[in-house]
Design a protein around this ligand. Structure first.
Ligand code: NAP
Ligand code: GCO
Length: 263
């Protein structure tokens, strides 16, 4: 089998929210396979810190400051990226937020904010990236960061689960509409990973930490780098006939009903 299947040299990847966490880990993996990395964030400070972090690994990443929910800003910065770096071949819709509030207590604005960033954001960025891919007849890869909550509910994360469930179906619609342009749209569904986003339910003896260790057959939280293989696969020629698929990287959570805590 040719290793070229996973080669990303001469490819440019945009990872939204790629200043830390899963996005940065995925970006580093794509860079290791040869991709030119572009990333964004809403914070200029985090963009600058991330540029230093990428540079430590010898990655000459390019950072931009824009909000994935602001279509005019997205369009402006995608044009800048094409002019200053290159047209985007691989898009990882990674930017996202979560709010952990019981539905009866959640403000409607909080609910809408999560949907806006986690679902409408990927719609906005993807359709503008894809317009260029189609115009250039270049094909491309879209990778949407889904979640266990694309399949399962959990107390307090109604907005997030609604967004991630929607993102799973948006991924399938992207696949349906864009496959004829040789654009593959797929998702990665991480289980529970150790990042800033999960720190509030993972550290300081939080009971959820023990729950997840018990609920995950692998018996541990995932490390962000453990998503790199799935990302390289879905970003490369190795997945040219994979479309609309959500690749779960979850240590086995979705494979099991779980086991009694005393086993
Ligand atoms: P994270 O640490 O919260 O990072 C999310 C990134 O998105 C941050 O860089 C954040 O920027 C950025 N962002 C937020 N709103 C944005 C906006 N409107 N425009 C542009 N960037 C924005 O999350 P993570 O744990 O690395 O997770 C990354 C993705 O994987 C998310 O979509 C998350 O839902 C998903 N996921 C995470 C896990 C997990 O266990 N960690 C599991 C499954 C799925 P700021 O820091 O400046 O706000
Ligand atoms: C939570 C966690 C999860 C993870 C992830 C699981 O509060 O349940 O933050 O939502 O982030 O999405 O796949």
């Amino acid at each position: 089998m040719s290793i070229k299947l996973f080669d990303l040299h001469n490819k440019t990847a945009l990872v939204t929210g790629g200043t830390h966490g899963l996005g940065m880990a995925i970006a580093k993996g794509l860079a290791a396979a040869g991709a030119q990395i572009v990333f964004n964030d809403i914070s200029s400070e985090k963009v600058n810190l991330a540029l230093e972090e990428y540079a430590k690994d010898g990655i000459k990443a390019k950072g931009y400051i824009f909000d994935v929910t602001d279509e005019k800003s997205v369009q402006k910065h995608l044009n800048l990226i094409e002019q200053e770096v290159a047209p985007i071949d691989i898009l990882v819709n990674n930017a996202g937020i979560i709010k952990r509030v019981p539905m009866v207590d959640m403000d409607v604005k909080e609910f809408r904010d999560v949907i806006d960033i986690d679902l409408v954001g990927p719609f906005i960025v993807s359709r503008n990236v894809v317009k260029s891919m189609i115009r250039r007849n270049a094909g491309g890869k879209i990778i949407n960061m889904c979640s266990m909550m694309s399949e399962l509910g959990r107390d307090t994360v109604s907005a997030y689960a609604s967004a991630k469930g929607g993102l799973k179906m948006l991924t399938k619609n992207m696949a349906t509409e864009w496959a004829k342009h040789n654009i593959q749209a797929n998702g990665i569904g991480p289980g529970y990973f150790a990042t800033a986003q999960t720190a509030p339910i993972r550290v300081g003896g939080h009971p959820f930490n023990e729950f997840i260790i018990g609920r995950t057959p692998a018996g541990r939280w995932g490390e962000p780098e453990e998503l790199q293989g799935a990302a390289i696969f879905l970003a490369s020629a190795a997945s040219d006939f994979v479309n609309g698929h959500i690749l779960y990287v979850d240590g086995g959570i979705l494979a099991t009903i779980g086991k009694p805590s005393n086993e």
